[in-house]
Design a protein around this ligand. Sequence first.
Ligand code: GLU
Length: 309
Amino acid sequence: MNNQLKQNQLVAPAIGRFAPSPTGPLHFGTLLAALGSYLLAKCSGGRWLLRIEDLDPPRVIPGAADTMLRLLEQLGFEWDGEIIYQSQRYERYQQVLERLRGDGRVFDCSCTRREILASAPHPGEEGPVYPGTCRNGVCGGRAERAVRLRVADRDIQYRDGVFGEQSQNLEHDVGDFVLHRADGLFAYQLAVVVDDIDTGITQVVRGADLLSSTPRQIYLYQCLDVVSPDYFHLPLAFGDNGKKLSKRNGDIGLVTADNGALMLWRALEFLGQSPPQEFLNSTPAELLSWGRGNFQPVTIPAEDRQIRF
Ligand code: GLU
């Protein structure tokens, strides 16, 4: 067995989830996350939940969530339980934010992005590292803009089911990070952790672009005294132009009911599986069924790759 996998990652029935942002139609990149999370949950005999991450209204495309759900159904995906919509959970996020405030874990911040850029010690992977300016109170009379979580100066370590050992020092690499944004919206990092906790998620499977967010999320679990789930980050698919295949990248890799079987076949192959050639002519539901019976998580490659359509 691949030594990157913890014993319990595949033994106990997992509660997994697929959590798309409804910012456009279903693309190959999103299909990989849907398929990977579905098969990993199902091959452990577990449950697969669905959550629509419509947290950021300006980015949401009206109707995109419904279109995506209908297509997933047409392709034969079946989810367990009610679908959760982040846009309906603001009160809950507020409650958790207040709890963290009560525990002295968060602070108000009045810094603008420009100020942070100017004083950041060095740029982090996802923008400048917050230099701690408002940790001990906002500067005299300035309006509070965002709420940040105070991070600790220690390494957050975890073993990813695909990419192996990961480690990050949040203070050094990220800084105190935002939980409630200056524009009044809750940050993705907070919402995703609160939702995963509330729905009992034990297995998070998603694109490797979120590998670097995971230490922040694990730290939030620690602050809330909850055991964090197992993580599997899937390799990213790039188009000919070297860009990640996603909703923002035009029509390349667009998934439809007509090309669904081919896209699923290619997604299985991309995830290191060996779907038989003859299944190219089968229905999406048959391919999913083949996947449920034959999925080998240990062969998912820890390598982003280009794909041609
Ligand atoms: N909503 C995110 C996306 O569509 C995924 C978040 C997650 O799986 O944690 O990329």
